[in-house]
Ligand binder design. Structure first.
Ligand code: MTE
Ligand code: MO
Length: 308
């Protein structure tokens, strides 16, 4: 894996440029592309992984990249793909600190060298009762955490997204506090399914999907899969998480997909599979989003209705 994140070639800056060709000056078109605009780029050397979902069809790339929750760029599903277009994701660093022998700041190039990139086809279940199947690209978060040598006091991991008031909407407009924060128990964070994600559909992450790096935790509701991460802190106590802070009766720390524990406004018993080609494709939601064989052991002896 020789890819340097800063070296990848933008696939098509021409999309922005094309608009200006009508007015005549090609040079003007080139200048009109914001220097910070970043299109996706192909990721090479990605290996297939053994974790793929069985025979479920992938959700189309166009749905995965235009039907998004990313409140920093608007609360409508169609807004992040438009409003994150010029989001500046390079250079990017992530700080890892707290209960660690070797706290460190990584740039994206260093992150990309930590482990081989894998394609992981995961089901993704939003608490709003829709689901998609996505070919993510990344590697286990454990590879990153091991680098900083967590101490014996590291019981939880806290994650923080970038918040930049110049590029993103206000907390007031979004209706939630920023920066967006999430957390996992240490064993959840170290689980091989927990993916530090840098791409989808063969390319680097589109901005609206959480560029340049986000989590994907497939057995939990989508909101645990925090986007555009800038800070990771190893901590002793269970950290505050965005949605549990906003509405604690509806959202808990664990947020494991659980058809038996309803949300006050959304039943969790069923889900709409988006873009499957079938009209109103309603499916039964499965405990742990279908990953029980791999993760149920993390919760032995816990009441998962109480610990929602
Ligand atoms: N920083 C940040 N991360 C976030 C969110 C957000 O609003 N801000 N939304 C979450 C929710 S509710 C979901 S369902 C997923 C959506 O990820 P996707 O747009 O890549 O499908 O991102 C999660 N991560
Ligand atoms: Mo979600």
């Amino acid at each position: 894996m020789n890819l340097r994140y800063s070296d990848v070639t933008p696939k098509h800056v021409y999309l922005n440029r094309r608009r200006f060709l009508g007015v005549g000056a090609a040079a003007l078109g080139a200048l009109a592309v914001p220097r910070s605009a970043r299109a996706t780029a192909k990721l090479d050397g990605v290996k297939k992984s053994a974790y793929n979902v069985g025979n479920e069809a992938l959700t189309s790339e166009s749905i995965v990249t235009t039907y998004n929750n990313f409140y920093e760029f608007g609360t409508g599903k169609d807004e992040p793909s438009k409003q994150a277009r010029n989001f500046k994701t390079s250079p990017w660093t992530v700080r890892i600190e707290g209960e660690a022998a070797k706290p460190r700041t990584f740039d994206l190039d260093a992150i990309m060298k930590l482990a081989p990139l894998e394609e992981r086809i995961y089901r993704h279940r939003c608490v709003e009762a829709w689901s998609i199947v996505v070919p993510w690209i990344g590697f286990p978060l454990s590879a990153l955490l091991k680098e900083v040598e967590p101490t014996g006091k590291a019981k939880f991991v806290a994650f923080e997204s970038l918040y930049d008031s110049k590029e993103m909407i206000s907390p007031r407009a979004a209706g939630i506090k920023f920066p967006y924060v999430e957390g996992l128990r240490m064993d959840e964070a170290m689980h091989p399914l927990t993916l530090l994600t840098v791409g989808l559909y063969g390319e680097t992450l589109p901005n609206q999907n959480g560029a340049p790096m986000r989590l994907v935790v497939p057995w939990k509701y989508g909101f645990k899969s925090i986007k555009s991460i800038v800070k990771v802190t190893l901590v002793e106590k269970q950290p505050v998480t965005t949605w549990a802070r906003e509405w604690p009766e509806a959202y808990g720390f664990y947020s494991n997909v659980n058809p038996k524990r309803d949300h006050p406004t959304f039943s969790q018993a069923e889900e709409h599979r988006l873009g499957s080609g079938r009209l109103n494709d309603l499916r039964k939601t499965v405990m742990f989003n279908g990953y029980a064989d791999q993760v149920a052991g993390l919760y032995t002896g816990m009441d998962l209705i109480k610990n929602y």
